[in-house]
Design a binder for this molecule. Structure first.
Ligand code: NHR
Ligand code: GAR
Length: 217
């Protein structure tokens, strides 16, 4: 999409600091990113207020009102498609998505995960990195596939684990990196530089390494 706006729909469940970073980055001169809508599955998600404050359309789809994952995912797809997004991103979205959902958005669905994937898929990543005695930790942006947290990597930020770190202190430093690498990956996509090929993620037509583009602090 050279020189065209890329409409990005954000799915979230919580605070939305990654949404905020994306909104802020979309306001920089020359940005081709436009956040066209925000959908939350929880009424108390603070990300909804951030969106409203920025004049972005919001919707709430409470998963507890649905009889099973498939029914929720079907309604969610219909809601998303009403926004006609070019890209859908998970930004602290805490519901596992069905194969049908993931296939529907194949190649235009990204997630940010708070670990150096393939390490620590799933939840409680900071505590698990500490418990393992890791000297490095970080976060990853990846294309979403059916395999939970297993899709092709786009970019990773690596930070050192410091003596005395707690899950909270690590989370704080990892968050700061998330706010750098997620807008970067979205910008690449919006500029038409990033896409999902048959063998993995491509940047400027060239295969990215299995780790994605590495940023080491
Ligand atoms: N769906 C698919 N198919 N593939 C992925 O890679 C996905 C996904 C949905 C969400 C985000 C993911 C993360 O980055 C994500 C990636 C939620 C859970 C989870 O266990 C796990 C991973 C992720 C998000 N959710 C519980 C569930 O039963 C609910 C937990 C809660 O509500 O607090 O869905 O980590
Ligand atoms: C982020 O750390 C993100 O990586 C993580 O939730 C946080 C959301 O923060 N995602 C997951 O754990 C997905 N299971 P935010 O709401 O402030 O952007």
């Amino acid at each position: 999409m050279p020189n065209a706006l890329c409409n990005v729909l954000v799915l979230l469940s919580g605070s939305g600091s990654n949404l905020q970073a994306l909104i802020d980055s979309s306001h920089t001169e020359g940005s081709q990113v436009r956040v066209c809508g925000v959908i939350a599955n929880r009424a108390d998600a603070y990300g909804l207020q951030r969106a409203e404050a920025a004049g972005i359309a919001t919707a709430l789809l409470d998963h507890t009102g649905f009889d099973g994952r498939e029914a929720f995912d079907t309604a969610l797809m219909a809601l998303i498609d009403g926004f006609r997004p070019d890209l859908v991103i998970l930004a602290g979205f805490m519901r596992i998505l069905s194969g049908d959902f993931v296939r529907h958005y194949q190649g235009r669905l990204l997630n940010i995960h708070p670990s150096l994937l393939p390490l620590y898929k799933g939840l409680h990543t900071h505590q698990r990195a500490l418990d393992a005695g890791d000297t490095e930790h970080g976060c990853s942006v990846h294309f979403v596939t059916e395999e939970l947290d297993g899709g092709p990597l786009v970019v990773q930020a690596v930070i050192p684990v410091e003596p005395g770190d707690t899950a909270q202190s690590l989370a704080q430093r990892v968050h700061h990196q998330e706010h750098q690498i997620y807008p970067l990956a979205v910008r690449w996509f919006a500029e038409g530089r990033l896409r999902l090929g048959d063998q993995g993620a491509l940047l400027d037509g060239l295969p990215l390494p299995a780790s994605g583009h590495l940023i080491r602090l």
